[in-house]
Design a protein around this ligand. Structure first.
Ligand code: NAD
Length: 272
């Protein structure tokens, strides 16, 4: 069911399915979408300092009948705040806005050159202090991980990356798996572009599901945690309805084969 979780390297249970809130406006819009999601059974919300909606997310979580401890809350340290002291400070700002005193997952948003190792030390400190249940990175390619890993005390538990049928990066998936780093998809629906892919429309028809459900189910069958965004209650509910069907292995391979190395977001090597 929607509460299905994956166990991270340190034993923390991370819900496979969450709600993304990038470009969701702070205030009523984000408050409503988080409420729709929690009502629909989502137990995982993905925000970031740069999304500027942590206050609304915090309000929605605080107002909901579900206990904070039953909700998996992720935020991310923004590029301008990278570095040891500034990351510790950014963390406090985020948890205050989120009206909580801990996070379930804190991520380095992008691999800022010359900064991310110091930033990682701060995340290790927050983890050691019990302020965050799990720590990870985002947008780290294999070479970033190969640079970071030799100097860590704690291996990142998660790597959140752009992932959809047009950008699979199978070698990076395999590398993360080998190192016990859970892969997590951002823009799993390619910010709306997957709906135009005829092969996906045909497969969705075969299984009697929507293109969104097909692609999100494919994420799960690839062992990838996924956090699709929507602000519409109907879509929030239907996107998560992916636990009652299964894609045949041959069709998983067909979706994999749609890979074109095509991005909708920035390239981690040239983003700044
Ligand atoms: P997404 O791929 O989840 O696409 C969201 C868009 O798809 C919606 O705005 C809507 O237009 C459309 N959509 C959603 N459900 C639909 C449905 N059922 N039918 C038709 N259209 C539908 O895009 P995203 O928001 O960029 O990515 C998801 C989340 O990933 C973000 O909200 C954010 O939390 C995270 N993210 C992280 C990073 C990072 O650098 N770590 C970058 C981008 C996004």
């Amino acid at each position: 069911d929607i509460k299905g979780t994956v166990q991270l390297a340190n034993g923390v249970q991370m819900p496979y399915f969450g709600l993304g809130v990038y470009k969701t406006n702070d205030g009523q819009e984000v408050i409503d979408s988080v409420r729709y999601a929690l009502d629909a059974g989502y137990r995982h919300i993905d925000t970031a300092a740069i999304y500027k909606n942590e206050e609304g997310v915090g309000t929605a979580v605080a107002n909901h009948a579900i206990d904070r401890k039953d909700i998996f809350l992720t935020s991310k340290v923004w590029n301008a705040d990278q570095g040891y002291d500034s990351t510790l400070k950014a963390f406090e700002t985020s948890v205050n806005k989120l009206q909580t005193d801990y996070l379930d997952l804190y991520l380095i948003h992008w691999p800022v050159k010359g900064k991310y190792k110091e930033t990682w030390r701060a995340l290790e400190q927050l983890y050691a202090d019990g302020r965050v249940k799990a720590i990870g990175v985002s947008n780290f390619l294999q070479h970033h991980l190969e640079d970071l890993l030799p100097s860590v005390k704690v291996t990142p538990m998660v790597n959140q990356l752009e992932f959809h049928p047009r950008l699979v990066q199978q070698p990076l998936l395999d590398f993360c798996k080998k190192h016990g780093i859970q892969y997590e998809a951002w823009s799993p629906l390619m910010q709306g572009k997957i709906f135009d892919i005829p092969e996906l429309q045909a497969l969705a028809e075969k299984y009697g599901v929507t293109v969104a459900q097909l692609v999100l189910r494919w994420n799960l069958q690839k062992d990838v945690v996924t956090i699709p965004k929507s602000i519409q209650e109907k879509r929030i509910i239907s996107n998560a309805d992916v636990f009652n069907f299964s894609i045949e292995v041959a069709d998983v391979a067909k979706i994999d084969a749609l890979d074109r190395g095509e991005r909708v977001g920035p390239d981690p090597d040239t983003f700044d």
